[in-house]
Design a protein around this ligand. Structure first.
Ligand code: NAP
Ligand code: HSE
Length: 438
């Protein structure tokens, strides 16, 4: 009889259900799937009707029953949250079990602690599903691109917001309705503010950055702007100017005198960003995600696919389970994968200051419709070395005018100072939008 690998599933929501469905229907898949056995499942509410057939005797509402079950070799944490998830992952590691998790919130904040614990215990913690849903991106960054000097990671890495923004762009649809749809489709986090406020994308870029650049930055310091205040008119104006608006996450190394092999300045940020319509990321629509990695010597490589939802995420979770199962079934002997991020934390990384970050900007100002306003705005930008690519007045009426400015790449400290002076002009009523631009 074939040896089985005992799996403990913590969470049977969108992702957990997808995982259970794959494990319970191995036909036509990799033969290793038939060697996985779901031994125990933890949920919050054991009375809830489930979308997958699971023997009720293996369901518990105590995650520690899963962790402490001696027949389980791999704990799959797809419950979400931070503190309890951290405790469960560490406890599993302490019990000698390997862990697969889709939880970017916990890895972005406690990845180093978890990696070190896994390394000491000689178990695996694999996180492919934590970024990009079904897109293989973690393993490529950890392994396939390992020989490169990475310069930049640019990604659309939140499915919920990309779903919303694509529909806003195509149909001018209502933001709140679209968010409700994304929740019904299983794309959104249990608290969807993590999606629309950019927190989820910031967690994910923190993880990608640590793999790409070999060190972590302080998670809470990553400048993060979401789409909850984005207005349909900015999407509309962007289109008129030849751009699409996407929630972009970026991590790039910044050349600095004090950057070195051991210490690297990075710019990480999450913000709604205008992309020229011919940019490869501008055509990434719906729940799809895409990540462009720029490295030396590879040049640019792009990863694309479904970024959220039960099936795609479960596909990544099960791939990680199979990697661990394969090693266990061969007999662990001397075979040793690098647990999680441990191999990647080999240098100190720190966030560059705004004056070291150069980017293009999209600005929308509400002003009085009086002569000379554009001239005054232009003068202030000029005084701060902010060079303007285009300036357009939309919608002049008794109520005022809307002035949209696109800058060239400029120093972000000067940009903020210029905007502060501009908003003090008596003719300027509001800085209605400030987005990034590629
Ligand atoms: P979900 O649908 O809300 O499911 C969460 C599951 O965890 C539910 O089954 C819930 O039980 C269970 N749970 C919550 N608290 C628990 C507790 N204290 N003890 C035991 N069980 C508990 O969430 P999800 O969308 O599947 O996401 C799960 C994780 O995957 C999150 O970390 C998320 O960020 C990540 N992720 C999600 C996606 C996606 O597309 N949804 C993609 C990538 C990564 P009940 O069913 O009884 O409520
Ligand atoms: N809520 C996340 C998203 C799930 O919409 O991208 C995938 O990580």
């Amino acid at each position: 009889m074939k040896r089985k690998i005992g799996i403990g599933l913590i969470g049977l929501g969108t992702v957990g259900t997808g995982v259970a469905k794959i494990i319970s229907s191995p036909n036509g898949r990799n033969p290793l799937v038939s060697q996985l056995e779901l031994k125990r499942v933890a949920v919050r509410d054991i009375q809830k009707t489930r979308a997958v057939d699971i023997d009720s005797s293996i369901i518990t509402n105590d995650p520690l029953e899963v962790v402490n079950d001696p027949s389980i070799q791999v704990v799959v944490e797809v419950m979400g949250g931070i503190e309890l998830a951290r405790k469960i992952i560490l406890k599993s590691i302490e019990s000698g079990k390997s862990v697969v998790t889709a939880n970017k919130a916990v890895i972005a904040r406690h990845g180093n602690e978890i990696a070190n614990a896994a390394h000491s215990a000689g178990v695996y913690v694999l996180i492919e599903a934590a970024v990009g849903g079904g897109i293989p991106i973690i393993e490529p960054l950890k392994q396939s691109l390992g020989g490169n000097r990475i310069k930049k990671v640019t990604g659309i890495i939140n499915g919920t917001t990309n779903y919303i923004l694509s529909r806003m762009s195509k149909e001018n649809a209502d933001y709140k309705e679209l968010l409700k749809e994304a929740q019904q489709l299983g794309y959104a986090e249990s608290d969807p503010s993590a999606d629309v406020d950019g927190v989820d994308a910031a967690d994910k870029i923190a993880i990608l950055s640590s793999l790409a650049f070999g060190g972590t930055v302080e998670r809470e310091l990553i400048p993060t702007k979401g789409i909850s205040n984005l207005q349909n008119r900015d999407v509309e104006y962007a289109k008129k100017l030849g751009y699409e608006v996407k929630l972009l996450a970026l991590a790039e190394s910044i050349s600095k005198k004090n950057s070195s092999e051991k210490s690297l300045a990075l710019s990480l940020r999450v913000q709604p960003t205008l992309l020229p319509t011919d940019h490869p990321l501008a055509g990434v629509n719906g729940v799809n995600n895409a990540i462009v990695i720029e490295g030396d010597p590879i040049g640019e490589v792009m990863f694309y696919g479904p970024g959220a939802g039960a099936g795609p995420t479960a596909s990544a979770v099960v791939a990680d389970i199979l990697n661990i199962a394969g090693v266990k079934l061969m007999g662990e002997g001397n075979i040793h994968l690098d647990p999680l991020l441990s191999a990647s934390s080999w240098r100190e990384c720190f966030l560059a200051e705004p004056k070291e970050i150069m980017q293009k900007n999209y600005i929308r100002l509400i002003t009085k419709d009086t002569p000379g306003v554009i001239g005054q705005i232009g003068k202030i930008f000029g005084d701060h070395q902010v060079s303007i690519e285009s300036i357009v007045q939309f919608d002049a009426s008794d109520a005022g005018a809307e002035i949209v400015v696109i800058t060239h790449k400029v120093n972000q400290e000067e940009m903020s100072e210029a905007l502060l002076s501009i908003t003090k002009l008596p003719e300027v009523q509001d800085l209605a939008a400030h987005l990034g631009c590629l």
